[in-house]
Design a protein around this ligand. Structure first.
Ligand SMILES: [Zn+2]
Length: 236
């Protein structure tokens, strides 16, 4: 990032007076610079959110085979970043410059995903998190006319004292379930969003702040929160 863009993207006082179009230009240029040398990248642009939530920005990377998108910044973050009543250190933690770096990291992991095409099927593998690979396998089965797609999360270095129920809870995605084992013991498998659906966020009804994780109470004011799955509207 150039010195000027760098300052604007991290300093609310410099960001505030810049026009929306210029801001998007600065964000797109900074993202392109962060992606320097990444395979297939031809350009970057920033898409705005729906009316009333214009700062739900989406970063778009134009590649040789089409567009890749990633959420970049949120309207709530933008409002806090520009809110002079909030401590500057807290505002800087939500800086668009940090969002650009996170988006670049997200894109880099998605820009050259190996796919193995064999007569039997196709396998692709992505790094899901440190020590975990997610493989998608599309396969024609030996049984006539039967084709399957399997999603497999592979743990490369499982700990020795592994509790399989905890592992399941970590990777499970779907609604909360009450599980019952063969001996009649019950336990809760908590609701977990698919990463494609967006993260779980906790919304405070009292101070209208939000937290980027499921929490019991608002860390700002202590009021009860609603924890919801953040979804993105369908692409037009
Ligand atoms: Zn609150």
């Amino acid at each position: 990032m150039s010195t000027t863009a760098d300052s604007v993207l991290f300093d609310p006082d410099l960001w505030f007076p810049v026009s929306d179009a210029e801001r998007r230009g600065i964000l797109a240029a900074a993202l392109l610079q962060e992606l320097d040398g990444a395979p297939g990248v031809q350009g970057t642009r920033i898409e705005v959110g729906p009316v009333g939530r214009g700062y739900d920005l989406t970063a778009v990377v134009d590649t040789d085979v089409g567009d890749l998108r990633a959420p970049l910044w949120s309207h709530v973050r933008a409002s806090i970043f520009c809110d002079a009543s909030i401590h500057p250190a807290n505002r800087r933690q939500l800086a668009p410059g940090l969002a650009v770096r996170a988006a670049a990291e997200n894109f880099r992991a998605r820009l050259a995903v190996p796919i193995a095409l064999e007569s039997r099927g196709a396998t692709l593998t992505l790094a899901l998190e440190k020590g975990v690979e997610r493989a998608w396998i599309a396969e024609r089965s030996r049984f006539r006319g039967k084709t399957t797609v399997t999603r497999e999360d592979r743990i490369t270095n499982p700990p020795e004292d592994l509790d399989l129920r905890n592992l399941l809870a970590h990777f499970y995605t779907g609604p909360g379930l009450r599980l019952v084992d063969s001996e009649g013991n019950s336990l809760l498998l908590p609701a977990q969003a698919d990463p494609e659906d967006g993260p779980l966020v906790s919304l405070c009804g009292a101070c209208h702040r939000w937290t980027n994780s499921p929490v019991d109470a608002c860390p700002e004011c202590g009021s009860p929160v609603d924890t919801v799955i953040a979804t993105r509207p369908a692409r037009r």
